[in-house]
Design a protein around this ligand. Structure first.
Ligand SMILES: Nc1ncnc2c1ncn2[C@@H]1O[C@H](COP(=O)(O)OS(=O)(=O)O)[C@@H](OP(=O)(O)O)[C@H]1O
Ligand SMILES: Nc1ncnc2c1ncn2[C@@H]1O[C@H](COP(=O)(O)OP(=O)(O)O)[C@@H](O)[C@H]1O
Length: 231
């Protein structure tokens, strides 16, 4: 859902003859008397330099579904092809930018809101931004999608069963959650809302998950097809 337009009456700090309408897709700023500054080098210039188009590949799924694995494999594959990508990973961002947030629904929403804004900046810089977050709430993911225009938000759903994720349990978190030692763990006693209209769905076939390189190849094929890997 697009947010409400904000009237912005100045350019580079100088008042303009007519107001410019900026589209704000998230919350309305708390601060007043703020002005948008345009720079002479724009997104198109950066994309031409990089010979690629900026976008956000948003990977969502349960803990243990393979989000970080896909993010890293995809990042490496793009790097090998000479494409600039950057991975934003849930666990990593919770060590810094989002270290003040927990796992209550409102904290997860704020986590995803911040990441959506950061991912938008990376896409504007011309990079393939790979965001790897459980992002369990549809509404939060849709808010991030609304920040990006023209199909440049690509939602990848790692549709792996809870059984598979729990059997993997690389960090032992499902075991702790089952034992009641972690409360509000996604898939156990906290919700995960599967995407309804994602661009890419990766799932098990006969209980077997595609290999990391096959998953990455599926995303690369999409990016190629939609022209993100060219000027
Ligand atoms: N309660 C609870 N629920 C889910 N996950 C938990 C929880 N507590 C800690 N962890 C660890 O946090 C990682 C998920 O962080 P995210 O930022 O991706 O979560 S969210 O998008 O805000 O829901 C997640 O990483 P992944 O396993 O890589 O998904 C876990 O390692
Ligand atoms: N496609 C895959 N095939 C087999 N094992 C995988 C695959 N993707 C991930 N794994 C393994 O599953 C576990 C969880 O993967 P991870 O990427 O950490 O998931 P998430 O980031 O969603 O929590 C890891 O031990 C990883 O090596």
């Amino acid at each position: 859902m697009r947010g409400r337009p904000v009237q912005c009456g100045a350019h580079r700090g100088q008042p303009r003859g007519e107001n410019r309408v900026l589209e704000m897709s998230s919350t309305v700023p708390k601060s007043s008397n703020i002005f948008w500054h345009d720079c002479p080098v724009g997104k198109t210039d950066r994309q031409n330099l990089l010979k690629q188009k900026g976008c956000v590949v948003w990977i969502t799924g349960l803990s243990g579904s393979g989000k970080s694995t896909l993010a890293c494999t995809l990042g490496r594959e793009l790097h090998t092809r000479g494409k600039l990508a950057y991975v934003l990973d849930g666990d990593n961002l919770r060590h810094g930018l989002n270290k003040d947030l927990g796992f209550a629904a409102e904290d997860r929403a704020e986590n995803i809101r911040r990441v959506g804004e950061v991912a938008k900046l990376f896409a504007d810089a011309g990079l393939v931004c790979i965001a790897s977050f459980i992002s369990p709430y549809r509404r939060d993911r849709e808010s991030c999608r609304a920040l990006l225009s023209d199909g440049s938000f690509i939602e990848v759903f790692l549709n792996m069963s809870l059984e598979l994720c729990e059997a993997r349990d690389p960090k032992g978190l499902y075991k702790l959650a089952r034992a009641g030692k972690i409360k509000g763990f996604t898939g156990i006693d906290d919700p995960y809302e599967a995407p309804l209209n994602c661009e890419i769905e990766i799932k098990e076939v006969d209980g077997v998950c595609p290999s990391p390189s096959d998953m990455a190849a599926q995303v690369i094929a999409y990016l190629e097809d939609k022209g993100f890997l060219h000027e």
